[in-house]
Design a protein around this ligand. Structure first.
Ligand code: EPZ
Length: 416
C-alpha cells in the first residue's frame, strides 16, 4: 500500500492543467458500445476507474486500445452481455453497461451495485426508466438482468434528478421506437457531454442540461471521434487548494461555466477569482471569511466539492454551516480533519465548522473526495501529514503528485 507525505506551509505558484472529466468519461466510454464500429475518445484521464472500465469492455468482447489519454474502442466484437461479477464489484459505474447493452443488443446484466462509504446508492430510478421503456427487469441473487428487444419510447418522471439514472435511461432510449421524455432529469455538464457524444454517433437527444430531455429513437448509431470535457471537480479542488494556502494559481483548461457555484462561494469569502476563456486564476489571501454552503444537484453547489470545501472552511475566520443534501453519509472526512485539530460538529446532514490552526497527523482517505479534503488540510497543517488509503484519491485525480510538485508543494508518495 502507498501513502502520501505532505509538509505544510508552502504556497502554490504557476499553473495546473486540468484533465478530462472522470464522470463524463465513465458513461461515454460505456456508451461507445451502442455505436457500431470504432470510437476514438480523447482527453480521457488516466485513472484507476478507467482502467477498470477498459477491463469490463474487454471482458464483454470489445477491442480496446488505451494509449496515453486516448481510447480506441471497437464494439463490434462484443459477445457477452453480462458484466463479470468480480469486475462489476470493483466498479459502481459498471451499471452504465445496462443502458448501453440494452440499447444495442436488447439485453444486459450486471451485479446489483452495493452501497459505498457515502451512501446506499440505490438504482431504483434507473430500473424504473428501463421498465417504462418496456424492458423486463429481474433481480435474483444480487444480479440485475434486463431484457428488452423492442423498446418503446415513454414518458419518465425521475423522483430525484439522479445523474446516473438520467445517463442510463438516455442511453437505453436512443434506439427505442418513438419519443422518450425524461422529466426532472439531472442537469450536470456530464449529461450534456454524453448527449453530445450520442448525437455525433447519430442519436437524436434534445434538452440535455435542462430538466426535460427528449429522445427520438433512431435505427442505428455509428462509432465516432469524441473529446471529453475537462473535469470541473478536479478544477474546483485545485482552486480550493490555492484558496486555503493564500496562493496565486492559474488553473488551465477549465470550463469556467462549470465551476460557477464554487467561484461564487470563493468570492463571497473574499478570495480573488479572475476568469478568462481558457481557465481561472485564484488570488488567495490568508484572511478569507466563513460562509454557509448547502450541496444541491447542478447548478447548485456540487456534493463532490463538499469535503474539500469543508477543509477550506476550517481555515476561514468565523464559523460556517455545511449542509449535505445529496448523500446520506458524506461527512467521513470530518473525523479525519478533527485528528488534525479541526473544530467540526456534525448533526445529521449538517456540520458546523469553526476556525482552528491545523497540525500534521497520520490520517486516511475514506473516499475519493475525502482524500482530496485531507490534502487541502495537509497543505496548511504545521508539520508532515501522512495520508493512507490513497487508492481512493487516485480513482479521481490524474497525476496529482506530479501536478502538485509542479506548483511547489512538498509532497511525495511512499510505500507503507
Ligand atoms: C454521480 O453519482 C457521480 N458519480 C458522483 O460522483 C456524484 O456525487 C453524484 O453523481 C451527484 O452529482 C459518477 O458520475 C460516476 P445520483 P450517481 O444518482 O449517479 C439517489 C465522485 O466523487 N438515487 O445523482 O450515483 C442517491 O441515493 C462521485 O466523483 C436514488 O435514490 O449520483 C443519492 O442520494 C461520488 N435512486 C442521490 O440520488 C437512484 O436510482 C444522488 O445520486 C439513483 C440515485
Amino acid at each position: 500500500m502507498e501513502k502520501l507525505i505532505i509538509k505544510g506551509g508552502n504556497k502554490l505558484e504557476g499553473n495546473i492543467a486540468i484533465s478530462g472529466a472522470k464522470n463524463a468519461a465513465l458513461p461515454i466510454v460505456m456508451a461507445s458500445l451502442i455505436g457500431e464500429g470504432r470510437s476514438f475518445l480523447d482527453n480521457i484521464p488516466r485513472l484507476r476507474d478507467i482502467d477498470n472500465l477498459v477491463k469490463i469492455l474487454e471482458a464483454l468482447g470489445a477491442k480496446v486500445d488505451y494509449k496515453g489519454n486516448s481510447l480506441d474502442i471497437d464494439s463490434d466484437s462484443v459477445n457477452l452481455l453480462e458484466v463479470p461479477y468480480k469486475l462489476a464489484r470493483k466498479m459502481r459505474a459498471s451499471y452504465y453497461a445496462l443502458g448501453a447493452l440494452l440499447a444495442r443488443y436488447g439485453q444486459a446484466a450486471t451485479t446489483l451495485p452495493g452501497g459505498c462509504e457515502i451512501g446506499s446508492r440505490p438504482i431504483d430510478l434507473h430500473l424504473k426508466g428501463f421498465k417504462a421503456l418496456g424492458a423486463e427487469v429481474t433481480i435474483e441473487h444480487g444480479l440485475v438482468e434486463i431484457k428488452g428487444e423492442n423498446l418503446k419510447g415513454a414518458k419518465i418522471y425521475l423522483d430525484y434528478p439522479s445523474v446516473g439514472a438520467t445517463l442510463n435511461i438516455m442511453m437505453a432510449a436512443v434506439k427505442a421506437e418513438g419519443k422518450t421524455i425524461i422529466e426532472n432529469s439531472a442537469r450536470e455538464p456530464e449529461i450534456i457531454d454524453l448527449a453530445n457524444y450520442l448525437n455525433v454517433m447519430g442519436a437524436k437527444v434534445k434538452g440535455a442540461g435542462t430538466d426535460i430531455i427528449r429522445v427520438e429513437g433512431v435505427k442505428k448509431l455509428k462509432g465516432t471521434d469524441y473529446t471529453i470535457i475537462p473535469d470541473r471537480i478536479e478544477a474546483g479542488t485545485y482552486m480550493m487548494m490555492a484558496a486555503i494556502t493564500g496562493s496565486n494559481l492559474y488553473i488551465d483548461k477549465v470550463l469556467v461555466e462549470h465551476v460557477k457555484p464554487l467561484i461564487a462561494k470563493l468570492k463571497e469569502m473574499g478570495v480573488g477569482v479572475e476568469e478568462d476563456i481558457g481557465g481561472v486564476r485564484v488570488i488567495g489571501n490568508k484572511n478569507f471569511k466563513s460562509v454557509d454552503v448547502k450541496t444541491l444537484p447542478y447548478p447548485g453547489f456540487p456534493t463532490d466539492m463538499q469535503a474539500q470545501f469543508m477543509a477550506l472552511l476550517t481555515q476561514a475566520k468565523g464559523s460556517s454551516m455545511v449542509i449535505e443534501t445529496v448523500f446520506e453519509n458524506r461527512f467521513g472526512h470530518a473525523d479525519e480533519l478533527k485528528r488534525m485539530g479541526a473544530d467540526i460538529k456534525i448533526d445529521g446532514r449538517t456540520a458546523m465548522v469553526k476556525y482552528t490552526p491545523l497540525s500534521a497527523a497520520s490520517v486516511k482517505a475514506t473516499d475519493l473526495r475525502a482524500g482530496a479534503a485531507l490534502i487541502l488540510a495537509a497543505l496548511v497543517a504545521e508539520g508532515e501529514t501522512e495520508i493512507r488509503d490513497i487508492y481512493h484519491i487516485e480513482r479521481g485525480y490524474e497525476d496529482i503528485v506530479n501536478k502538485l510538485q509542479g506548483v511547489g508543494v512538498d509532497i511525495k508518495k511512499v510505500s507503507e
